[in-house]
Design a protein around this ligand. Structure first.
Ligand code: SF4
Length: 339
């Protein structure tokens, strides 16, 4: 039986950190084993908000693929491609934009939230930014997938894609499936300061960082604030460090940490040293693979080029069907060219 198809993408706006790894990548790495997966570098999407810095985005494209493959995405098991190289996405977006009501876009919660957050630093009163969910719908629907991996908070986005598919099918006849949410359990890892892990907060641990770079970050992390001295019993649930132990430290060691913390036999400095050892164990194989890939930079472009070919094959087919539904096929022109 043909495996179900999945589509998902990520913006090339910076190096990947542990938050990306546990929030998204870890799921993608699992999904590639069971599904037919299309994963794309969303460079056009990055431009919707970073339109003033195209050179930066260009620089992050190979970096993102490096991080993906180093983390465990296997180009033999999934299709890794670059959004802007499949021009069919843009034409389908144009067709979708003909019938997508403005109200659907204006009520998109992310639109208001991000626009408000960046008020003053970036002018996002643009056609591109308001319309990015239509581009997203096209990115997904052009591959006619059954599933889209999303977290609970992204369900409204997927609903908009489904609404666009429904409206197209209603107006022009059935073509697009309404993809279902493949709800992925996201393991949220807070930043080093307890806030959301983000490049802009300066509270992230990057997949490509060396132990020398990570050590001062971990050593200055805030722990349980009620624990002033080693002899005060601590509570791992109130400590910024423990969510990291939960994800990357072996179970037995974790049990020792909980016992040592609550019974005041383990100091926070030692606990941080244990976390550094866990981080080293966790990051070593990722960085090893990264080093091998960096030694042959052409490899990244070869992966993208092969992925683009596979993605384009599918996108061209869907777009031809969509054009047909909208009476945008002109065989007369092809015939007249032959004369
Ligand atoms: S011992 Fe570890 S878990 Fe407990 S408060 Fe200190 S750093 Fe946090």
């Amino acid at each position: 039986m043909q495996p179900q198809r999945i589509v998902s993408g990520m913006r090339p706006t910076g190096p990947l950190h542990l938050g990306h790894y546990f929030g998204v990548l870890v799921n993608w790495i699992q999904l590639q084993k069971e599904y037919e997966c299309f994963f794309f570098v969303a460079d056009w999407h990055a431009l919707t908000s970073e339109y003033a810095a195209p050179a930066r985005i260009r620089g992050f494209v190979p970096e993102l693929v490096l991080d993906w493959v180093a983390a465990g995405l296997d180009p033999a098991k999934c299709t890794i491609f670059l959004q802007s190289q499949i021009k069919e996405h843009a034409e389908l977006q144009l067709l979708f934009s003909m019938f997508t009501p403005l109200g659907w876009l204006e009520r998109n919660p992310t639109y208001k939230e991000v626009k408000g957050e960046l008020e003053g630093s970036k002018d996002l009163s643009t056609h591109g930014f308001l319309g990015y969910p239509v581009l997203m719908a096209s990115d997904i629907l052009i591959y006619r997938p059954q599933l889209v991996p999303v977290g609970q908070d992204q369900l409204p986005h997927l609903e908009l894609t489904r609404e666009i598919a429904r409206r197209f099918n209603f107006l022009y006849g059935p073509l697009f499936p309404e993809p279902q949410a493949k709800l992925t359990e996201t393991q949220k890892l807070p930043g080093l300061d307890g806030r959301k892990m983000s490049k802009s907060y300066g509270n992230a641990v990057y997949l490509s960082e060396s132990l020398e770079q990570v050590t001062p970050k971990v050593m200055s992390m805030l722990t349980d604030t009620n624990r002033m001295r080693k002899k005060d019993p601590g509570n791992p649930d109130h400590c910024n460090l423990f969510p990291y132990h939960l994800l990357i430290t072996e179970e037995q060691e974790r049990a020792e940490i909980t016992a040592g913390c609550t019974q005041s036999s383990l100091g926070c400095v030692d606990c941080k040293k244990m976390l550094l050892q866990s981080l080293e164990r966790f990051l070593a194989p990722i960085q090893e693979r990264r080093k091998k890939l960096e030694a042959r930079p052409d490899q990244i472009w070869e992966i993208l080029s092969a992925g683009n070919r596979r993605a384009r094959e599918q996108a061209v087919k869907t777009l031809a069907l969509a054009r047909g539904k909208l009476n945008l096929e002109y065989p007369e022109l092809a015939r007249s060219r032959g004369k």
